[in-house]
Write a protein that binds this ligand. Structure first.
Ligand code: 13P
Length: 287
């Protein structure tokens, strides 16, 4: 059964570890992540961007697939199904469809409008036991066509949004989606520390988990980060393993590739990536 992400993240914050959010794009990614979470006895969050939601034909299909897999694979660790960087309308669609968690990304609105809309979404989500993540300060890089500059959030704005009844907060601290450029300045721990001082027990979220050095991840966890999002690293691992399989060209039998065999190496590569992240985040054995 899907659960809201609130309890697992409150526990992670109190226990000084982080739960991974791994984005899903299809059946193979979903299966790989669920099986790895079970093997590691770790809670997990499945992230769905609006683009991935559209690709998988819509939110109801995803809810059906994930619930079916949890039952048929015998998954007993806590699993949250979370809308990643949701617009106002899509948060409502996901709450209706049976997601257990949503992120409202109002970071491109003025702080006043972000506050108003966040309050409305919190009320609708909490009425159904769905957890809510809000964002302050845009996360840099490009994701699903949305380009952010990677600013540092204002700690006072973080406090204002944290007080709206949200369950966890994503704050820009110099992190970006995708690969980090060679001249990246690193995470601003000063900003993170100031945000945590003002927001207290609120679990903080680090987007752009790909390519951040392990020591920085651990320092961020020590300063209140309890959820870390990873997408690009799974994508790179999946693509490399699939490319290698195609280039080896053994499986053609005159009729192309068997699709199940073709996607198997990529699925294994995602499992290895997710396991490594869960070890670094400290969530292994925490289910
Ligand atoms: P990466 O693309 O850096 O893995 O970040 C993913 C993310 O933050 C999804 O919201």
């Amino acid at each position: 059964m899907l659960v809201s992400a609130k309890e697992m993240l409150d526990k992670a914050k109190a226990g000084h570890y982080a739960v991974g959010q791994f984005n899903i794009n299809n059946l193979e990614w979903t299966k790989a992540i669920l099986l790895t979470a079970q093997e590691c006895n770790s809670p997990v969050i499945l992230g769905v961007s609006e683009g991935a939601g559209k690709y998988m034909t819509g939110y109801k299909t995803i809810v059906g697939m994930v619930n079916g897999m949890i039952e048929e694979l015998g998954i007993t660790v806590p699993v949250a199904l979370h809308l990643d960087h949701g617009s106002y309308d899509h948060c409502y669609k996901c709450i209706e469809a049976g997601f257990s968690s949503v992120m409202f990304d109002g970071s491109h609105f003025s702080i006043e409008e972000n506050v108003e809309k966040t309050k409305e979404i919190v009320a609708a989500a909490h009425a159904k036991g769905v957890s809510v993540e809000a964002e302050v300060g845009s996360i840099g890089g490009e994701e699903d066509g949305v380009v952010g500059a990677g600013e540092c959030a204002d700690p006072n704005e973080c406090k204002a949004v944290a007080d709206l009844g949200i369950d966890f907060l994503a704050a820009g601290i110099g992190n970006i989606h995708g690969k980090y450029p060679a001249n990246w300045a690193g995470l601003s721990f000063e900003t993170l520390d100031a945000i945590q001082q003002l927001t207290g027990d609120m679990p903080l979220v680090l987007h752009g988990g790909t390519g951040i050095p392990t020591e920085m991840i651990q320092k961020a966890i020590s300063l209140g980060v309890a959820k870390i999002n990873v997408n690009t690293e799974c994508q790179l691992a999946f693509a490399a393993a699939t490319r290698e399989y195609i280039e080896a060209g053994k499986d053609q039998q005159g009729k192309g590739f068997d699709p199940r065999k073709l996607l198997a190496p990529g699925t294994e590569a995602i499992k290895a990536t997710v396991k490594q992240k869960m070890e670094i985040f400290g969530s292994v054995g925490k289910a």
